[in-house]
Design a protein around this ligand. Structure first.
Ligand code: NAP
Length: 336
């Protein structure tokens, strides 16, 4: 149950920074969640849940509490019809699940191949890539409501999904135990993103969920840093969605600025602002850098601290604001 004491969060997160967690528990079942909550209660300590730690900035001060690392496994097809209803335990690897779906010939999540993290973390920020969001395949999320002690099956419509958003970000009392997906048996390739179209033009097969998943992993491996080499949490900031007239004014100044219409405004690639407007591709201060293949990605080199990353990220956000008037938001979340 408790697998470690005073474990550096740097070891439990892909940015590889952060001080010690007092107790770390590996969780493989609902029962173990309840046991860990009991330990926290009797010790008078706070608790937190963590997956693979691939989207967090863990603080230098660490966490004086009980950390639950979700390690539960299990992928179960609960129903077959036109599509397949698949219930997946929270601790399963996200990309492992994408590979499972591809092997079964099931469509819907192939564009999300290669995203690090667990299945249980996927609805929290509604992971998305290349025109697909995980919310499009989620039927419901099963949670333990720690305030009532009850298990609740929350239907998609009640998850308040948005762009990299959901209610689970604001309601940490809900511990995600499993996620149920509806995947499609009929082909439904979503190939309208430039990177995917380019890969297709260059001869990549885009016939099955497996070949699309492989093409996406290949694209990502060129753009995003390898987690086994670099300390990183992928894209550090969200791509901003701005008002149409703000976009028009910026476009007058920066002719090549791309913009994509959304229901809430125009989404612009922050990488363009960082690279083409601010010339910050590969920009480095101390041990922190904007990755040269994709400047939206922050890389922490050995010796970096949370405090240094914070300062660096704030200074980047300020430069963006000074140049464009856009207030960027972080995608990566502070932990705890
Ligand atoms: P990209 O493909 O260069 O796209 C950059 C930005 O332009 C994103 O905001 C993207 O929107 C938007 N965009 C590009 N083509 C579009 C189109 N045809 N229609 C609508 N919007 C378009 O981005 P990248 O940095 O190389 O990342 C690749 C993909 O992985 C992106 O979809 C990105 O969002 C995703 N990603 C997701 C996570 C995560 O879920 N945590 C982390 C890293 C990257 P979208 O963001 O809506 O795609």
């Amino acid at each position: 149950m408790i697998v470690g004491e005073q474990v550096p969060l740097a070891r439990l997160s892909t940015l590889r920074v952060g001080g010690p967690a007092r107790f770390v528990c590996e969780i493989t079942s609902e029962e173990e969640v309840r046991t860990a909550l009991g330990i926290a209660r009797t010790q008078g300590l706070p608790w937190r849940v963590l997956g693979e730690g691939s989207n967090i900035l863990a603080i230098d001060a660490g966490f004086d509490g009980v950390l639950m690392q979700m390690k539960s496994t299990g992928i179960e097809q609960v129903h077959e019809g036109n599509g397949a209803l698949v219930r997946v335990a929270a601790g399963e690897s996200w990309d492992g699940f994408v590979r499972y779906a591809a092997k079964e010939g099931l469509w819907g999540i192939e564009n999300l191949a290669g995203i690090p993290g667990t299945v249980g973390a996927s609805p929290v920020q509604n992971i998305g890539a290349y025109g697909t969001e995980v919310k499009d395949s989620i039927v419901s999320v099963s949670v333990l409501n720690t305030e009532t002690g009850a298990i609740e099956e929350i239907p998609n419509a009640d998850c308040n999904f948005g762009y990299r958003e959901s209610r689970f970000k604001r309601e940490p009392e809900l511990i995600i135990l499993s996620v149920t997906f509806l995947l499609q048996k009929e082909a439904s390739p979503q190939l309208n993103y430039a990177d995917l179209l380019r890969a297709k033009e260059q001869g990549a097969s885009m016939e099955t969920p497996a070949t699309i998943g492989d093409a996406v992993r290949e694209i990502r491996s060129r753009k995003f840093p390898n987690l086994s080499i670099y300390g990183t949490a992928g894209s550090f900031f969200k791509n901003p969605v701005i008002a149409p007239d703000t976009f028009t004014a910026l476009r007058d100044r920066y002719e090549a600025l791309p913009g994509y219409e959304t229901a809430n405004g125009v989404k612009i690639p922050l990488a363009f602002v960082l690279d083409k407007i601010l010339a910050l591709r590969g920009y480095c201060e101390g041990n922190v850098e904007l990755f040269s293949n994709q400047p939206l990605v922050l890389v922490a080199h050995a010796g970096a601290t949370q405090e240094e990353i914070d300062r660096f990220a704030d200074s980047i956000a300020q430069k963006v604001f000074d140049a464009t008037g856009i207030k960027v938001e972080r995608e990566v979340r502070m932990f705890p």
